[in-house]
Design a protein around this ligand. Structure first.
Ligand SMILES: C[S@@+](CC[C@H](N)C(=O)[O-])C[C@H]1O[C@@H](n2cnc3c(N)ncnc32)[C@H](O)[C@@H]1O
Length: 252
């Protein structure tokens, strides 16, 4: 499958979710989006702090809970969707800080912008763009977060090099993502639908961490990890998918 085709499938899937034509993406389905969010690490208090329409139930972690965000920091959220983590981060960095969400799906960006305006978030901005070619100046941000997105990018090394470029020296990343315990069956790897489900593009854990190091990051640490299984998941994948939260620093 060509990278271009994968991205078109992903934009189609997440465009439908942004427009409310489809409910869930990654196979983390619970009875409701709220249940899904609670299952991956958000608290009920977190969810009260964000516009309800930003809660899509498509993440695999709660990166702002682990990123140790401080007042005044500039934060970038990669693959921001409708902005759940952008709005949580905005509450933490305050009016003296800033949060930028980047997403390649036009209707996700539109939904995030509309919610920011309707709910009076003056310290957030949504930009349309591709993680492999970020629309952000070099060394511009203090912290980068991301929630279940890097697995969707065809070229992980290019993604992490871009992440390194836009992060200031000494800045940190906190990435929630899916990785694999081993190799996935070839038919799963070749499935466009499984890519959009956040499965086919997931890398083996050791290669994923090595890719982050290769992009120039130091202190690459798995903050937490847990098996990732969902009702209805292909039984060949059971025990193969891991939800990880990775922290690293731009040591330059
Ligand atoms: C699984 S959803 C997660 C959304 C959000 N982080 C959340 O937790 O609600 C993945 C998002 O990443 C976006 N995305 C996927 N690949 C991307 C890329 N290469 N560049 C920018 N955005 C991308 C999709 O459009 C989608 O909105």
């Amino acid at each position: 499958m060509k990278d271009h085709n994968i991205k078109e499938v992903i934009k189609d899937r997440y465009g439908k979710i942004a427009r409310g034509e489809q409910t869930f993406c990654c196979p983390t389905c619970g009875p409701t989006t709220t249940d899904q969010c609670l299952a991956v690490g958000y608290t009920a208090e977190d969810l009260k702090l964000v516009p309800e329409m930003a809660i899509l139930g498509v993440g695999c972690g709660n990166p702002t809970a682990l990123a140790d965000l401080k007042t005044g920091e500039t934060v970038l959220d990669l693959g921001s969707g409708a902005g759940i983590d952008v709005f949580l981060a905005a509450n933490k960095v305050g009016n003296g800080g800033k949060v930028i969400g980047v997403d390649m799906t036009e209707d996700m960006v539109a939904r995030g912008r509309q919610l920011a305006q309707e709910h009076g978030f003056g310290n957030v901005e949504f930009r349309q763009g591709d993680i492999e070619h970020l629309p952000v100046d070099s060394a511009y941000v203090d912290v980068i977060i991301s929630n279940c997105v890097i697995n969707l990018t065809p070229d992980k090394l290019a993604s992490f090099k871009e992440i390194h470029r836009v992060l200031r020296p000494g800045g940190r990343i906190l990435i929630a993502d899916l990785v694999t315990a081993g190799e996935l069956p070839p038919d799963v790897r070749a499935s466009a639908a499984a890519w959009a489900d956040c499965l086919a593009g997931a890398m083996p854990k050791a290669s994923y961490l090595e890719t982050i190091r290769s992009a120039g990051f130091a202190e690459v640490t798995v903050v937490s990890e847990s098996p990732y299984e969902t009702p209805g998941m292909d039984e060949r994948l059971q025990g193969q998918i891991i939800s990880v939260k990775v922290r690293a620093v731009n040591g330059q």
